[in-house]
Design a protein around this ligand. Sequence first.
Ligand SMILES: [Zn+2]
Ligand SMILES: [Zn+2]
Length: 122
Amino acid sequence: MQYLMPTKVKRLNPKQTEVTWNDGHFGSYWSWYLRENCPCASCVDEITGIRKVGHGSIPSSLERMNVAPVGNYALQFEWSDGHNTGIYSFDYLRELCPCSQCHPEHLDEPPEQIADPGSFEV
Ligand SMILES: [Zn+2]
Ligand SMILES: [Zn+2]
């Protein structure tokens, strides 16, 4: 059996990363979506396996700062909210593939965060 692994990880833009696999499959991952499904110990309860990051809690404006290979089995992402402990194994990453073939029901994109009119950043 051939192990699935990415042959190309392309930064389409800060909010989207396209992964091409060695079986020719490819999918384009939203940063918020990967962040929401982060598998690290602070995002998933190690004992119960329950995800602590609720859907919609990650703003759709989240950007990817960096992505680096971990050994030859995973990718590690760093996000614009400073979170960088998530190590996404290739198997897991493939499972998350958001293309319409893997997830026909479409992703439920979180609403754009509406800035509080009383506070803004310059
Ligand atoms: Zn995490
Ligand atoms: Zn797919």
